[in-house]
Design a protein around this ligand. Structure first.
Ligand code: SF4
Length: 697
């Protein structure tokens, strides 16, 4: 298609929002340099010219009137515009004073993954080298950490997809669990439709009849928090009905006998009683999955944001393993990554216990290697810290005195969010990097204006593991700066400038390639030139003549013995179950019109017109028990807090749950209500289920 218009140039890049990273061009006026809009990339092999409502309007955030134009310093409770020098001098003074008085670990960093790989990599280095603190974690802890934990346990490697998504149209069966794909990753739906046109089947696991569940052959409408029971039940049937690829399992998996014993009790009747799903539907799903030659098990936060999220990931992954589906064409396991660079951003050292390339901070060889790359002594490398939510504990107990929040809005996205609000108020000093005044930025002492995705270049890694290029369309607007420049300025003032001497993102990428070399997420063979020429390169890619790895685990897994570890997981209830006082289950999720905490999408008129406020979605049968009608206001409470919401009635949901979307802040934040119970391995909070009650107002 000829997308070029007279007087405009097209900058080829990717959408700024979710992990689909849809290919697009930004239209820029040649005369004024202004951004005029976007066009989808019809030749981008993954999304083939599709954009969702967020992607189509993403450009409207760039020159939005709400952009923070200059650094802000809070004086007497009000933000006052300042110069960069004044803001950075204040940060230098406060950070130095606090560390002199309370030690290095009095500072902390809360990162994010809606940033390029170059920036994500530097966040870890900034925390550990410039600030010298062990307290760093990031918003992916609330997003992909259980997938990471489950993949590491099962496969020895955390890459969100074992196959390229261009193969999905050739699959015969999709088992999609805990993902409202049609709304959260809308441009992927065309892949499923293409496969369906060729006869592929779809099994959807979700408490709600989402637009995705509506097109399924079988919809397993389980009670929130019962995924491990359902997955155990499906595994039981796959074994009992003789669907196991025994040769594959014998050759490539450990622990089969233990798994077999652990699922023995999960008969269809028992599974149905635990999950609330009709047993005939469970049996039908197992037959469809078991008989499909090429199947893909896919899941998202519905499965992962639970206090047993890692168990759930290992069990759903085991379904693919028992069928011998991993490492083969159009088959495998994949997660729907939420944030734009949710894959790349978790590989480079923003996690409290990880260094770039998935190296472990507890591994002396890894510390030695990265110290050398960073030009510090291994003894200078801080020890592992704590997870994102646990950093709020460290603020409350007085250990952390200051925080630097980067590209993240935990004042909306944390569970039990009033606890986070109290923590922010307790801090001696809070710095926030953002281009809009987010709810978190409102708590800050200093806000530093950053560039949007169209004002800087770099790379991201999409949900397949494909490394792609983000290209600069315009120069930074107002006085904004890219985050990597800000880290360099602060580091210089703290006497660590020599470690942050970068002129551009490409120089950071070159260092990052060395830092990942030999690690599990090895980018060392990837260059900007290769990405341009090949339209993306899949990691691992250990040398410039390596083709990249679209399909992983073809011959062996990344565990020490090369075999996948099958789980043997006992059924456990979620952290909270319904009680007399709180008899319902609350679950939360996304809508198509908003992205994460809504800090960006709540400023776009078209998106707000479609979905201006959160609501309480419930079944008419449940509403009638409380004499509630559509459109009425109710009070929704959990053991932590309560909020007022409008009722939205739909038969497309279970009749014992309430669903609320989570994209709003302050009194409209459903995360006031969510449970901070953490998964013991991933430290993921249990956003997806807690006990609740409703009252008519
Ligand atoms: Fe694509 Fe996601 Fe952007 Fe929508 S939000 S256009 S699905 S990358």
């Amino acid at each position: 298609k000829n997308l070029q218009r007279d007087g405009e140039k097209l900058i080829t890049t990717h959408c700024s929002y979710c992990g689909m990273q849809c290919g697009m061009h930004i239209r820029v006026s040649e005369r004024t340099g202004e951004i005029k809009g976007v066009e989808p990339r019809y030749d981008w092999p993954v999304t083939l010219g599709k954009l969702c409502p967020k992607g189509v309007t993403a450009y409207q955030q760039i020159d939005h009137p709400d952009r923070i134009k200059r650094p802000l310093i809070k004086k007497n409770g009000e933000f006052i515009e300042s110069s960069w020098d004044e803001a950075l001098s204040l940060i230098e003074r406060k950070f130095t004073e606090l560390q002199e008085k309370h030690g290095k670990d009095s500072l902390s960093v809360f990162g994010g993954v809606s940033m390029t790989n170059e920036k994500c990599y530097l966040v870890g280095k900034y925390a550990r080298v410039a600030l010298g603190t062990r307290f760093i974690d990031y918003n992916g802890r609330f997003c992909m950490s259980s997938a990471a934990g489950g993949f590491n346990q099962t496969f020895g490697l955390d890459r969100g997809s074992t196959l390229p998504w261009t193969e999905l149209e050739h699959s015969d069966c999709f088992l999609i669990a805990g993902s409202n794909t049609a709304e959260c990753h809308p441009t992927s739906i065309q892949m499923f439709w293409k496969a369906r046109d060729k006869g592929a089947k779809m099994i959807v696991v979700d408490p709600r009849e989402t637009p995705t569940a509506r097109i399924a052959d079988v919809h397993l409408d389980l009670k929130p928090g019962t995924d491990s029971a359902l997955a155990n039940g499906l595994l039981h049937l796959i074994i009992k009905e003789g669907y196991v690829d025994q040769e594959y399992v014998d050759e490539r998996c450990n622990n089969y006998e233990e798994l077999k014993a652990s699922v023995e009790a999960f008969t269809p009747d028992h599974t149905a009683s635990l999950t609330g799903v009709d047993k005939e539907k469970i049996i039908k799903a197992a037959h469809i999955f078991g008989q499909s030659p090429r199947s893909v098990v896919m899941f998202a936060r519905g499965v992962e944001q639970q206090s047993k999220g890692v168990d759930n990931v290992t069990l759903y992954s085991a379904l693919a393993l028992l069928r011998g589906q991993i490492g083969k064409f159009a088959s495998g396991v994949a997660t729907f990554t939420g944030q734009g660079n949710g894959q790349g951003g978790r590989e480079h050292g923003q996690k409290s216990d990880l260094l770039p390339g998935y190296r472990k901070l507890t591994d002396p060889e890894a510390v030695k290697y990265i110290s050398k790359v960073w030009g510090i002594e291994p003894e200078e490398m801080p020890k592992p810290g704590v997870s994102a939510y646990e950093m709020f504990d460290e603020i409350h107990n007085g250990t952390i005195k200051a925080m630097h929040v980067i590209c993240s809005n935990p004042a909306v996205s944390s569970p039990n969010v009033e606890y986070a609000w109290e923590a922010f108020k307790k801090l001696d000093f809070l710095v926030v990097n953002d281009f809009f005044l987010s709810e978190t930025a409102e708590f800050a002492d200093v806000v530093l204006p950053t560039t949007t995705w169209a004002e800087d270049e770099g790379t991201t890694t999409n949900l397949e593991g494909r490394v792609i290029r983000i290209r600069k369309a315009i120069e930074p607007l107002h006085e904004s700066k890219p985050d990597w420049e800000i880290f360099g300025e602060i580091a210089k003032r703290l006497g660590k400038g020599k470690h942050f001497n970068y002129k551009n993102p490409r120089e950071i990428f070159e260092e990052f390639r060395i830092a990942t070399k030999g690690g599990k997420a090895d980018y060392s063979g990837i260059t900007y030139e290769r990405i341009d020429k090949e339209d993306g390169v899949f990691w691992p890619c250990p040398s410039e003549d390596h083709p990249g790895t679209p399909t992983i685990f073809k011959d062996k897994f990344s565990t020490p013995d090369g075999k996948a570890n099958l789980p043997a997981v006992a059924w456990k209830e979620p952290g909270e179950i319904p009680t007399k006082e709180f008899p319902l289950r609350l679950t939360t999720g996304r809508v198509v019109y908003h992205y994460l905490s809504g800090n960006q999408t709540r400023r776009i008129d078209f998106l707000m017109e479609q979905c201006p406020v959160p609501y309480a979605e419930m079944h008419p049968e449940l509403a009638s028990q409380y004499n509630m009608r559509d459109g009425e206001m109710i009070k929704l409470s959990t053991p932590r807090s309560s909020m007022e919401l409008e009722v939205k009635l739909t038969k497309a949901t279970r009749n014992d749950i309430v669903f609320v979307p989570y994209h709003w802040g302050k009194e409209l934040s459903v995360n006031k209500l969510t449970n901070p119970s953490l998964d013991p391995i991933s430290r993921m909070p249990e956003f997806k289920v807690c006990s609740a009650k409703i009252e008519k107002l």
